[in-house]
Design a protein around this ligand. Structure first.
Ligand SMILES: NC(=O)c1ccc[n+]([C@@H]2O[C@H](COP(=O)([O-])OP(=O)(O)OC[C@H]3O[C@@H](n4cnc5c(N)ncnc54)[C@H](OP(=O)(O)O)[C@@H]3O)[C@@H](O)[C@H]2O)c1
Length: 261
C-alpha cells in the first residue's frame, strides 16, 4: 500500500461525507495529502469542518466544507452538485457519515429504526446515486460498513443490520457501476479511537461484564493487535480503495479491524 508520501490523487476531486470528525476527517486529510481536492461534508460541526479546510489549504491543498444532512437525499445531491461546480468533476466518493445505536429489542421504536437506517443505509445509497451521476470511468466509491455487520453483540441489532445492508448494496451495485468502469467497495472498520467509540465503545462488552474492564483491556482479549485503531490507520484503507491500486477490486468489503475476533 502506498504511503502518505505518495500522490495518488493529484488532479482528482473527492467528496467525503462525515468528513468533519473521526474516520471521515482522517480520510479527507489523507486524500488531500495525496493531492485530491476534497469536499468535506458535515451535519452539525461547521467549526471542525472549517478547521480541517484551513489545515488542508495551509498544506497547499484545495478543500471546501459543505453542510448536508445525509438523511435528506436532496441535501446530499446539492452537496455533490456544488462539489462538481466548484472543482469541475468528481472522482471519489468516501461515504463515512454514520450514527451508532444500542438498545434491547423491547425498547426499539420505529423511529429508532428509521433514524439509524436513514443515515447509515439510505443515506449511503443516495450518496452513491448522486455521485455516480457525475462520475466517469475510473472513479471510485468507498462506503462504510463495520465489523459489527458480521458479529453478534448484545443490543446492537439496528446498527449492525444497517451496516450489513451496506455490504449487500456494495456487492449488488458493483455490477451496474462496473459496466461504467466505476468501482464500489466498503471498509469495515473495527474499534477506532473517535468520538463514536468514546461514547459507545463500552457497550460492545457483554451486559454482565460492562464496566468491569477498560476498552483497551477488552480489546486485548478480542483483537489480534489488542488496541483501538487510530483514524489514520483506517483512512489508509479508504485511500487504497479510492486509488488505482485497487482498480481490479469491486463489490467487496475490506475489514480494517486489527484482527478483531
Ligand atoms: N469508530 C468506530 O469504532 C467505528 C467502527 C466501525 C464503523 N464505524 C463507522 O465509521 C463511520 C465514521 O465513524 P466515526 O467513529 O468517525 O464517527 P463520529 O466520530 O461520531 O463522526 C461521525 C461523522 O459523521 C457525521 N454525521 C453523522 N450523522 C450525519 C448526518 N445525518 N449527515 C451528515 N453527516 C453526519 C458527523 O458530522 P458532525 O461532525 O457535523 O456531527 C461526523 O463527521 C461511521 O459510519 C461509523 O458507523 C466506526
Amino acid at each position: 500500500m502506498a504511503t502518505a508520501d505518495s500522490r495518488r490523487f493529484v488532479g482528482k476531486v473527492a467528496v467525503v461525507t462525515g468528513g468533519s470528525r473521526g474516520i471521515g476527517a482522517a480520510v479527507a486529510t489523507r486524500l488531500a495529502a495525496e493531492g485530491a481536492a476534497v469536499v468535506i461534508g458535515y451535519r452539525d460541526n461547521q467549526r471542525a469542518a472549517d478547521e480541517l479546510v484551513s489545515a488542508v489549504v495551509a498544506d497547499g491543498g484545495r478543500a471546501l466544507a459543505l453542510r448536508a444532512d445525509v438523511a435528506d437525499p436532496d441535501q446530499t445531491g446539492a452537496l455533490i452538485d456544488r462539489a462538481v461546480s466548484e472543482f469541475g468533476q468528481l472522482d471519489v466518493l468516501a461515504s463515512c457519515a454514520g450514527v451508532e445505536h444500542f438498545d434491547a429489542l423491547e425498547n426499539i421504536a420505529p423511529a429508532d429504526f428509521d433514524r439509524v437506517f436513514t443515515v447509515n443505509t439510505r443515506g449511503q445509497l443516495f450518496a452513491v446515486q448522486h455521485a455516480a451521476a457525475h462520475m466517469r470511468a475510473g472513479s471510485r466509491i468507498v462506503l462504510t460498513s463495520s465489523v459489527s455487520a458480521s458479529r453478534a453483540v448484545f443490543h446492537h441489532t439496528l446498527y449492525a443490520a444497517s451496516k450489513a445492508a451496506v455490504e449487500s448494496m456494495v456487492l449488488n451495485l458493483s455490477a451496474e457501476l462496473g459496466r461504467r468502469g466505476i468501482t464500489i467497495n466498503a471498509i469495515a472498520p473495527g474499534g477506532t479511537a473517535t468520538d463514536m467509540a468514546a461514547e459507545h465503545g463500552a457497550r460492545y462488552q457483554h451486559p454482565q461484564l460492562r464496566g468491569t474492564m477498560p476498552m483497551e483491556q477488552w480489546l486485548s482479549v478480542h483483537g489480534a493487535l489488542g488496541r483501538l485503531a487510530r483514524p489514520e490507520e483506517v483512512a489508509a484503507g479508504y485511500a487504497f480503495l479510492a486509488s488505482d491500486d485497487a482498480a481490479y477490486m469491486t463489490g467487496r468489503t475490506l475489514p480494517v479491524d486489527g484482527g478483531f475476533f
